[in-house]
Ligand binder design. Structure first.
Ligand code: SF4
Length: 382
């Protein structure tokens, strides 16, 4: 495989390393003879940087949100490659379907895949979830959202939702960038991650780096994301004298990378491409993501028909299709041909809860770009 040219040099004259700000300021003041040349380097908001591909990694703990997709792997490897000690890293995986038996949205094997990955690399993994997951939240009917469950080094904690209002959903999240109407990302991931931080006193008095794997190339929405900013669980930048002082930075280390650079990171790491990409998906998010294209629905209908039927059943029940054009997933699946899947091993894995394939390439095996790489079929939040 050819080596892909990195793009990091284009940041040389745009980016500062936040905690090195003072030394850069001092040395550049010497060079240019005055502070007026340097005003552009100061962030407009404290701790917020639009571009921050390289930062001083002076943190006590790094939490890497591990979805099991290529970008979260790239984010983890990016951190490791910069010398951050693995002993200070933990992986967090949010269970989209919860842990109470629902199987509506996520890939069957994804939880076990994360467990086996954690064992393979020797970095601890903690699950967290909204009780009853996506399905439970979608079926809210004049009722309140369920509790959050957070796995900690001392066991599970269940967090009540005292502040939430009674409400009704009874429809799928909308295909929108807004997290208000596309409620799944916030209810099942962002809120759960925030409570994972605010509910654990082990983060008090610590500097914590909270890492996610979004990339600007994925969408116009993500193109606007900051690369480094205070996390919602940070208290030190919100108040002068917080009761529980926590310095929590949210860092998106691969925000600036192109897809080919991400694949190069996985290839160099000899990580077997995750199953969804081997099946032809370009993203590894929920298998039955509301953003799936017609062709992905056709592929699910062809190879995983029960999963298409489960979504169809809810569209019938709600009297509303996921698509804003009003076509149901079953109707959309009939419009186009499915992807032809020739990776039988990956297809077998797609229906099994236990992950049985290797995490890293077995000795002597060559890394292969998966069928879904560089695909244009939509599947996953943007
Ligand atoms: S992958 Fe799709 S369905 Fe799943 S949480 Fe994200 S946007 Fe929602």
């Amino acid at each position: 495989m050819n080596t892909i040219q990195p793009t990091s040099d284009r940041f040389d004259d745009q980016v500062i390393i936040p905690s090195m700000k003072n030394s850069i300021l001092n040395s550049q003041m010497d060079l240019f003879g005055g502070q007026e040349n340097l005003i552009a380097l100061e962030p407009a908001m404290p701790g917020v940087y639009f571009d921050a591909p390289e930062i001083d990694l002076d943190y006590d703990i790094a939490i890497v949100c591990m979805s099991g997709g290529k970008d979260s792997f790239a984010a983890l490897k990016y951190l490791l490659d910069r010398g951050f000690p693995p002993s200070k890293i933990e992986l967090w995986h949010h269970l989209v379907d919860g842990n109470e038996g629902s199987t509506l949205m996520d890939w069957a094997f994804i939880d076990d895949y994360c467990v086996k990955l954690s064992k393979a690399i020797g970095i601890p993994l903690y699950f967290s979830w909204l009780k009853h997951g996506f399905e439970g939240e979608m079926l809210k009917n004049s009722s309140k959202s369920h509790e959050h469950i957070v796995e900690t080094p001392d066991g599970l904690i269940e967090l009540p939702r005292n502040g939430v209002k009674v409400g009704t959903r009874l429809k799928f999240p909308q295909q929108a960038a807004s997290l208000q109407t596309r409620w799944c990302s916030s209810a099942l991931k962002i809120d759960v991650g925030r409570r994972g931080i605010t509910s654990q006193d082990r983060f008090v008095g610590k500097r914590v780096l909270f890492i996610t794997g979004e990339r600007r190339e994925e969408s116009g929405n993500r193109a606007k994301y900051n690369q480094l900013e205070p996390h919602a669980g940070d208290t030190l930048r919100k108040s002068k004298n917080p009761r529980k002082p926590r310095h929590i930075d949210a860092w998106r280390p691969v925000l600036h990378l192109r897809e080919e650079e991400v694949w190069q990171i996985l290839a160099d790491w000899e990580l077997v491409p995750p199953v969804p990409y081997r099946l032809g998906w370009n993203r590894s998010s929920c298998a039955t993501c509301v953003f799936n294209s017609d062709r992905i629905w056709a592929t699910i209908g062809e190879y995983l028909p029960d999963r298409l039927e489960a979504i169809s059943e809810y569209e019938r029940q709600f009297g509303t299709a996921i698509s804003r054009k009003g076509l149901t997933v079953a109707e959309r699946a009939k419009l186009v041909k499915p992807i032809e899947i020739d990776d039988k091993e990956a297809l077998l894995q797609a229906t099994s809860k236990e992950y049985t394939l290797p995490i890293f390439l077995p000795n002597g095996e060559k890394w292969k770009m998966p069928a879904g790489a560089f695909g244009t079929e939509s599947s996953g939040a943007n």
